[in-house]
Design a protein around this ligand. Structure first.
Ligand SMILES: Nc1nc2c(ncn2[C@@H]2O[C@H](COP(=O)(O)OP(=O)(O)OP(=O)(O)O)[C@@H](O)[C@H]2O)c(=O)[nH]1
Length: 311
């Protein structure tokens, strides 16, 4: 059975909405995005995710006249039956207060029409901020967004905390993958079962971690960490690097099947797994041989295929 999720992408014109969805779901590379024109009214994209799930993306053009219509005459049509709102802020916007007021109005409309929707705010184009100022700038912007989120939620009572989650992002680095992985994580229904099984699988292989990537987007959908690692950004870095490599393979007319990366401390095996996923298994070096990993991946496939078909 296919399940459809309505995802709204909103934010002011030029904030980067179409760019990010084109990179994640349509195999664009960052430098192609400068050629994208402004979105007129709403562009609808149906993207199949993990086989059975269809994300119905409503990419809402951010020009003021469109925003006014979304909030007035088209309010019900836009904000009804929404599972996720992704609101994109340009970190360098000269009118951040105004952007926040539009956000507040959208959030109010959303909470009235789809009270259970999840809300994610992306503070985008972070590459334009000097590296050593990024954390501080993000924190300031996040505090503003949370303040306006509470303003929008307070009249409705219950949802005054955790109304939204904020992420920093840029199409020029792996932060885009971190943000979008966190978003889709909320949309995949069997994540807990998957992570449970991944941990068991990892234990059998004496792996340090096992990660599941969605096949088309290379977003992380589930992971099991069996021993601590000091780089908290490693998953999105792998997503970004392997997706770029996969696109290069496509360009050359070949298909990415599996990869092994070995150094003095660990070996990472990336392999096609179920119909809709790749798996990455990291083992301390010398622990297990490649044929043994391949055989175990083959054996585990059926279990994970079964979980997926229950989505
Ligand atoms: N520096 C930088 N530029 C970006 C980033 N993301 C998008 N852009 C650029 O921002 C411009 C506008 O991006 P779009 O994706 O068309 O913006 P939009 O939000 O869809 O705009 P509307 O369709 O008018 O609502 C393009 O030239 C992109 O290349 C980013 O992370 N960093």
């Amino acid at each position: 059975m296919s399940s459809k999720r309505k995802v709204l992408l909103m934010g002011k014109s030029g904030s980067g909405k179409t760019s990010m969805r084109s990179i994640i779901f349509a195999n664009y590379i960052a430098r192609d995005c400068s050629r994208l024109g402004p979105t007129i009214e709403v562009e609808h994209a149906h993207v199949r995710f993990l086989g059975n799930m269809v994300l119905h993306l409503w990419d809402c053009g951010g020009q003021e006249s469109f925003m006014e219509n979304f909030l007035m005459s088209q309010k019900d049509q836009i904000f009804k039956n929404v599972q996720v709102l992704i609101y994109v802020f340009d970190v360098e916007s000269r009118e951040f207060e105004k952007d926040l007021r539009y956000y507040q109005s959208c959030l109010e409309a959303l909470l009235q029409n789809s009270p259970n929707a999840q809300v994610f705010c992306l503070i985008h184009k972070m590459d334009l901020i000097e590296e050593d100022k990024r954390d501080e700038t993000f924190k300031k912007r996040e505090a503003d967004v949370l303040r306006y989120s509470e303003l929008a939620a307070t009249p409705l009572g219950e949802r005054s905390n955790a109304v939204c989650q904020c992420f920093k992002s840029s199409i020029w680095d792996e932060t885009l993958y971190k943000a979008w992985s966190a978003i889709v994580y909320h949309l995949v229904p069997n994540v807990n079962t998957m992570e449970d099984k991944l941990a068991k699988f990892g234990n059998v292989l004496e792996a340090t971690e096992v990660i599941l990537f969605e096949r088309a987007t290379f977003l992380v959908i589930a992971h099991a960490v069996l021993s601590p690692h000091k780089d908290p950004h490693r998953f999105e870095k792998v997503s970004n690097i392997i997706k770029q490599f996969k696109l290069s393979c496509l360009k050359m007319g070949s298909k990415l099947d599996s990869i092994q990366v070995r150094n003095s401390r660990f070996t990472a095996f990336i392999d096609t797994f179920t119909q809709n996923t790749y798996v990455m298994i990291v083992v301390p070096d010398g622990k297990v041989s490649a044929p043994m990993i391949t055989m175990n991946v083959k054996n585990a496939r059926k279990v994970f295929e079964a979980i997926e078909t229950k989505q």
